[in-house]
Design a protein around this ligand. Sequence first.
Ligand code: 8OZ
Length: 371
Amino acid sequence: MKNLFEPCQAGQLQLATRIVMAPLTRNRAPHALANALMAEYYAQRANPATGAGLIITEATAISHQGQGYSDVPGIWSAEQVRAWQPVTAAVHAQGGKIVMQLWHVGRISHTSLQPNGQAPVAPSAIVAKSKTVLIENGVPRFEPTSMPRALELTEIPGIISDYRHAAKNAMLAGFDGIEVHAANGYLIDQFLRADSNQRQDAYGGSIENRTRFLKEVMTAVTQEIGGGRCGIRISPVTPANDASDASPQNLFEHVAGFLGALNLAYVHTIEGSTGAARDYQQGEKSFDYTALKTAYQQAGGQGAWMLNNGYDNELAKNALSHGADLIAFGKAFIANPDLASRLQQNGPYNTPDRGTFYGGGAKGYTDYPGL
Ligand code: 8OZ
């Protein structure tokens, strides 16, 4: 019987436990630069004996164009690489492992965050029914996302190359690997789903075409740093950021079949609605996650199978006994830097304070008490 507190090999990543800190947007990186407060926050959660066996960073923009929220970090410049180095050093000093989540938001952005105030880019010029977080004078507010423009066919290779460059930069910054953010209605997910992708070229229409962008991104990053240091996050049925598709089962089984051939470290799936109901459904029928895993493994996939969304001790035990290898905890890690110690003795747990999730300083970030 697997348990949360034992080691797990995920590709090239040798993890001390099966407990993962999920990627969590915290909007505390002004000028898109990591900083000392962030190093302290990650270090508090990095010792696998008390915290995470693996930390996945907050979503980090691969380019200025890929940015969609105030005060989120980036990884496209040399200055950003240098700013992340103390973070990875602080995590490694605790004996921890950390991968960087690579992010392009696509249409989930606002003109005020884009280069020269331009429109955000997307597969098609369809506005998302969604909001972004803008911070002015330290005060966060939710603002509707801007109308995007459709990417020209000729621009796509440049974005693939931004992913490749970001993966290379993450390794220069001292990360153990990367996770491609293909979930939650951002750019890759916008290409995947028929409702946000109405292109008539090689990137739209059939499942083969809608998955082309994801395949090119994953091929580029795995070529750059090796598949064993790469993971991917998907969210087959989430309605987050206006993501919608009539048949997610076929779509994501096709994706899983492709991923199976890549020798990845892991595949990270959000079950149900991101941060909300685990049993949320979208499309024609109830989503079969077991079939998703089977499609991955039948294609030769040997990466660790990571699950996320609202897990507690009982749910985690159950998932591990049904084939999961790693469990990612989100809000629980915000409020409990020593989450592993608490899981081990079945609580008590601090309560996360939603008012300090996005933006601000140490309050609600590095001041949650340990046991
Ligand atoms: C919450 C607020 C802002 C961004 C995601 C990166 O949903 C996010 C995110 C979550 O994946």
